[in-house]
Design a protein around this ligand. Structure first.
Ligand code: FES
Length: 565
């Protein structure tokens, strides 16, 4: 059989013909030791693996791939695993975000160029999930996502540690002499105890959860911890399901609809997801030709309660979240806010998938009636500093700073900030607004996670743990604080942030969704007229392609030529 429900398998074009080319392809495949009837006429399921030893979060994905293969064989398919570039968040310079689009292109073209009828996407670390979703959206053959799952909770002495969230807090103790070298080394050995992605609701857990919210994973798949045997069970079941998706011709374009994207945004708000989700969902929408606007995130945020009590906004870790019921329990709780009738890769609707979900730890997953915050985690700001928008994670900010007026202290670059931030005589107070420029897609380059400007030592020594910080950078999803990010247009191309000078007053009004530079309009115009762009960071290669085609944060930072027209 080389058809499924009357449709011809795509792979038949490669090796199902009576010509020399087909003979060659069959012969070359058999050189891997496959029997003649192992693949002929069967749905070929590509396993797109972002495994890499340069990406610790995805280092277990070869084991996951073996479980997927079991499932594909069981269901009568033929699995073929292939690698793509992997993006290890903590290793890559200058930032993995520079390479997200490269990985998305790699995924798309690897699928398109090869004899694959369907694909299982193995992801985990921050950018690997959106890159695979973007690539699969553009290739548009049947696809299912299997995330690698979060690490075990970190542990030091009697304390549970959440990846970057607790790591950064403890580093502040270390840099101000309140932890010894020995203790710091013990923490280093205990904060990341297994394969898998970060242990808090950072970008990785957010994006894998949103893959599930989009309908692209089996129900309950996103949050199973990486070392849990149920991770492999999920992988096997996903392999089986991939074969059926080919037989049913269920493609990403049928799953990732506008309604599904609205579901993902709603879930993002309810789980207090990473600010990075805004950029990634905009990029995925662009690949699907869906005109998603930044404003829609704010409208959904205003009507969605934040209910997942997970760090960095809450108290618990991803293991607790999974044991509490995980994403299905969240989605069942907020079902009235979701489009329950959308199709998912399970073959059922979203509402059917989560109808039996239960929350068994109400302190971890709250109810709509008793949320942690009546609005969602992320909100969108506008104003003369951010005409095309900016974001702030209000649930991870200090309540007393959500309405704030202060004088700017400006770092022209990240390097300047690093050189000055620990200076004992930095002229800053608890009211200062720290501003950092040249951290956007062009300015940095690559839009790195530099937005969580470390607290100046001068303030930490006075017991001050948060001030308002504003930049055109992104921030790690594990970070926290009153941090305005993704200011667009960015300063590196002459956005208004470029005009801020030391001592200027800035207003932040999260309730009113405003961020304003309090100088006369003529003065702002005068300063921007005097702005001169720095020479580009790259004059050749992929970096040049990136600079010539990357869009701004409010459009998802995809390349202009990769959006669906
Ligand atoms: Fe990979 Fe955090 S570093 S998920």
């Amino acid at each position: 059989m080389s058809t499924t429900n009357g449709r011809k398998l795509r792979s038949k074009e490669w090796w199902g013909q009576r010509n020399y080319e087909s003979f060659t392809r069959r012969a070359w495949l058999r050189s891997e030791g496959f029997a003649a009837d192992a693949f002929q006429g069967k749905p070929v399921i590509g396993i797109c693996n972002s495994w890499s030893e340069l990406n610790n979060c995805n280092a277990h994905l070869r084991t996951v791939a073996e479980a997927v293969k079991r499932g594909v064989w069981t269901a009568g398919g033929f699995p073929l695993e292939f690698p793509t570039i992997s993006l290890g968040e903590v290793f890559m310079r200058p930032t993995t975000m520079l390479y997200r689009n490269l990985m998305a292109m790699d995924v798309e073209e690897s699928i398109r160029a090869n004899p694959i009828d369907g694909v299982v996407l193995l992801c985990g670390c921050d950018k690997t999930t959106p890159a695979q979703l973007m690539g699969a959206a553009s290739a548009d053959i049947p696809a299912i996502v299997v995330p690698g799952g979060p690490m075990l909770s970190g542990q030091w002495k009697d304390r549970e540690l959440g990846s970057g969230t607790d790591g950064r807090k403890l580093f502040d103790l270390f840099r101000t002499g309140r932890l010894s070298e020995e203790e710091w080394s013990e923490i280093e050995g205990g904060i990341s105890r297994s394969a898998g992605h970060c242990t808090v609701m950072g970008t990785a857990s957010t994006m894998t959860s949103l893959a599930e919210a989009l309908g692209m994973t089996l129900t309950g798949c996103a949050n199973v911890p990486a070392p849990d045997s149920r991770r492999l069970t999920m992988a096997e079941l996903s392999g089986r399901r991939a074969v059926d998706l080919v037989r049913e011709d269920v493609r990403p374009s049928r799953i990732m609809t506008r309604q599904a994207l609205e579901n993902a945004i709603t879930v993002d708000m309810a789980i207090g997801g990473s600010t990075n989700a805004v950029v990634h969902l905009l990029a995925i929408a662009g690949r699907l030709g869906i005109d998603l606007k930044l404003d829609e995130f704010d409208a959904i945020s205003r009507r969605t309660p934040y209910i997942a009590n997970v760090k960095p906004s809450g108290e618990y870790l991803m293991e607790d979240f999974y044991y509490a019921g995980g994403l299905p329990a969240v989605m069942r709780e907020i079902l009235p806010l979701l489009h329950g009738d959308v199709l998912t890769v399970t073959g059922k609707t979203m509402a059917e998938n989560v109808s039996k979900a239960e929350c068994c730890r109400p302190e971890v997953i709250r109810t709509q009636a008793e949320p942690l915050n009546k609005e969602g985690g992320t909100v969108i700001l506008y104003g003369n500093l951010a005409p095309d928008g900016a974001v702030i994670k209000q649930t991870a900010a200090s309540p007393h700073l959500l309405q704030h007026r202060g004088k700017a202290y400006v770092f022209e670059t990240y390097e300047q900030m690093r050189a000055q931030i620990d200076s004992g005589d930095l002229p800053v107070t608890q009211d200062t607004v720290l501003v950092m420029k040249n951290c956007g897609p062009h300015g940095a380059p690559g839009f790195p996670e530099w937005g969580h400007i470390p607290m100046p030592k001068a303030l930490l020594n006075r017991g001050i743990s948060d001030v308002v910080r504003i930049s055109d950078a992104r921030m790690s999803g594990t970070s926290f604080g009153t941090v305005v990010l993704h200011v667009a247009p960015e300063s590196g191309i002459g956005g208004p942030l470029a005009a801020v000078q030391n001592g200027d007053e800035i207003d932040l009004d999260v309730e009113g969704r405003r961020v304003e530079l309090r100088i006369p309009a003529e003065e702002l115009e005068r300063r921007l007229k005097a702005f001169r762009r720095a020479p580009p960071h790259y004059d050749r290669g992929y970096g040049r392609l990136f600079l010539e085609h990357v869009t701004q944060a409010n459009l998802g930072c995809d390349f202009d030529f990769l959006r669906k027209v």
